[in-house]
Write a protein that binds this ligand. Structure first.
Ligand code: MN
Length: 251
């Protein structure tokens, strides 16, 4: 039997330490191929490059960089470049949490989501610290989750979002299946002037805070547990359908 092919991507670029650690940890489970953006692509969400050509450069055997987004990487790799269809897509390890509403902005999650859209088991993995000291813990957790995903598959139309507390592996307090929490972003728009008098803006502000509601991803990582959130492909708010139907819009 051939080893399962595991596609690895990220949104931090091909040079990111979390990518290397993830690829190394997954190497024990199968044949790892890396397709990653050539530079930082954090917070690009699920963008795909439709209006310009994409270049793919081999960095070393089975490692490639793409001058595009995480979703571009996965789309190109799965649809055209890989020698066979992957058994699993893993995106990360992101240095920084992807909790609650972060999921909407996250390039890391989008890399995994693209795998799911292509019909493959896929998950994203993040170390919740912005200056992580224990990326190897998240990589090790990813290998454990990957083994289960390869053995059992994932439920259909589900992409898994994994967040790992930044601590030694032995200090983790288990695994929790969680729901998405909510972020409270404190974005400030900072207006500045460049040396030639042009006005420009920064989206700045403090680190977002959050509500550690029961059962959420936030609560789990605060308690030192690995958070596994199954994200649904279908974003329909079923509970809102009746209320909208009641509008009785007629044209
Ligand atoms: Mn990132």
């Amino acid at each position: 039997m051939t080893d399962p092919l595991i596609l690895v991507t990220n949104d931090d670029g091909v040079q990111a330490p979390g990518l290397l650690m993830l690829a190394q940890a997954l190497g024990a489970l199968g044949e790892v191929w890396v397709y990653a953006p050539d530079r930082e692509q954090s917070a690009v969400s699920h963008g795909v490059s439709l209006h310009r050509p994409l270049r793919v450069t081999e960095v070393r055997p089975q490692w490639f960089m793409v001058d595009g987004t995480p979703a571009d990487c996965v789309m190109l790799a799965v649809r055209d470049l890989l020698p066979r269809r992957p058994s699993l897509v893993v995106s990360g390890v992101n240095p920084g949490a992807n909790l609650g509403d972060d999921v909407t902005y996250s390039g890391t999650v989008a890399g995994a989501r693209e795998g799911m859209l292509l019909g493959l088991p896929a998950f994203a993995v993040s170390d919740v610290a912005y200056g992580p000291k224990h990326l190897e813990t998240a990589a090790r957790v990813a290998a454990v989750v990957a083994r289960h995903a390869l053995d059992r598959g994932l439920p259909p139309d589900t992409v898994l979002n994994v967040n790992v507390p930044d601590m030694p592996f032995e200090a983790l307090r288990g695994v929790a299946v969680t729901r998405m929490g909510r972020r409270d972003y404190k974005d400030e728009i900072i207006r500045r002037t460049d040396p030639r008098g042009g006005v420009y803006y920064w989206i700045g502000g403090a680190e977002p805070s959050h509500v550690a509601a029961p059962g959420t991803d936030f609560e789990a990582v605060l308690e030192g547990r690995v958070s596994l959130t199954p994200l649904h492909r279908d974003a329909t708010n079923q509970g809102a359908m009746a209320a909208l139907a009641e509008w009785g819009i007629a044209l």
